[in-house]
Design a protein around this ligand. Structure first.
Ligand SMILES: Nc1ncnc2c1ncn2[C@@H]1O[C@H](COP(=O)(O)OP(=O)(O)OP(=O)(O)O)[C@@H](O)[C@H]1O
Ligand SMILES: [Mg+2]
Length: 302
């Protein structure tokens, strides 16, 4: 557990994550208050990475649930291992038929067999999915529920239940209560608005593009071979590009890719011509590249 906000910043930096004071404060408070965090913000600003680095910094297991349209409880919570159940019934064929021998009618045989249900619907045949794994984990873990906005609202409703009680009921087995409440981090790209009920249960964190100095720190940490001068000119240019009316603004991932590419090309600073010829590394739409080229005189002056 982090003792204060400064320690939170340092511990995350140890995992190569540069946390702004807002990010560190929310993580620190969420841990103290035992509340989940709902992280929102544009693509590539470090939402997923935050979950991974918090787990690393706390030396906790990271359990990740990637959300998608159609994700349901069986993929998120648990499934019965049908193939294994079938295999066991095949192997135990003789044992089962000796059990059934005394039954005269089909109905009696079915009733007799159903008495053995417990064996086939027990922990041995239960396949835990991320949420059940996090709940039953012997150590406290970080449960990263990534891109929750991609799942359907039914799944969100199910999640609300889990986040309130940290217990799940499996009809054949009973109710399983968390041994250690996992630290839950949910991320969303705003593909759809999250419900108020979900927001109420979480501390909300909006991660926006970082300030220039934080982004320079990220480049220094992630692309150490990039010199200070080059890093500064890249970040300055990216910040100027972000204010243009673009279809897709360059994120931190793109800044890092640009830095890596310019290092590979052997550049020590960003000249106007080099910047214009490598814009495809940070802008993914032709229209955006055209717009940046149009403004290149203002963007790439030193
Ligand atoms: N604060 C940060 N410190 C260090 N690296 C960062 C930071 N923020 C982002 N990055 C880097 O930027 C890249 C993108 O981060 P990440 O995948 O977490 O973004 P995301 O917000 O989850 O994006 P998406 O919404 O597309 O999933 C990663 O390589 C990550 O290491
Ligand atoms: Mg992500």
């Amino acid at each position: 557990m982090f003792q204060n906000i400064d320690i939170t910043i340092k511990a995350l930096a140890g995992e190569k994550y540069i946390a702004s004071p807002d990010i560190a404060t929310t993580v620190y408070l969420a841990l103290k208050m035992e509340k989940p965090i709902l992280v929102e913000g544009p693509a590539g600003v470090g939402k997923t990475e935050l979950g991974k680095c918090v787990a690393g910094a706390l030396d906790m297991n990271l359990i990740r649930l990637q959300c998608y349209e159609g994700l349901d409880e069986s993929k998120a919570l648990y499934e019965w291992e049908y193939a294994k159940q079938l295999l066991y019934t095949q192997i135990l064929k003789e044992k089962l038929s000796s059990l059934m021998q005394k039954q005269d009618t089909l109905e009696e045989a079915v009733n007799r067999l159903s008495e053995e249900d417990d064996v086939f619907f027990s922990n041995k045949f239960l396949l835990p999915r991320p949420i059940l794994s996090a709940i039953t984990s012997s150590k406290r873990s970080v449960l990263l529920i990534d891109e929750i906005d991609k799942s359907d609202s039914e799944f969100e409703a199910f999640l609300l239940e889990v986040l309130s009680d940290f217990q799940v009921t499996i009809p054949e087995i009973g109710t399983i209560k968390a041994r250690h409440k996992p630290f839950v981090i949910l991320t969303s790209n705003n593909a759809r608005e999250m419900s108020d009920a979900l927001k109420r249960r979480c501390l909300h964190l909006y991660i926006n593009y970082p300030t220039r100095s934080l982004e320079e720190e990220i480049v220094a940490l992630k692309v150490p071979e990039c010199g200070k001068k080059l890093a500064e000119s890249i970040v300055r240019a990216v910040h100027k590009i972000r204010v243009l009316q673009l279809k897709k603004e360059p994120s931190i991932s793109e800044t890092l890719d640009w830095a890596k590419a310019l290092v590979i090309m052997g550049h020590e600073e960003l000249s106007h011509d080099v910047a214009v010829s490598t814009l495809n590394l940070i802008l993914k739409y032709e229209k955006d590249i055209e717009l940046a080229k149009k403004h290149s005189g203002e963007i790439f002056v030193h």
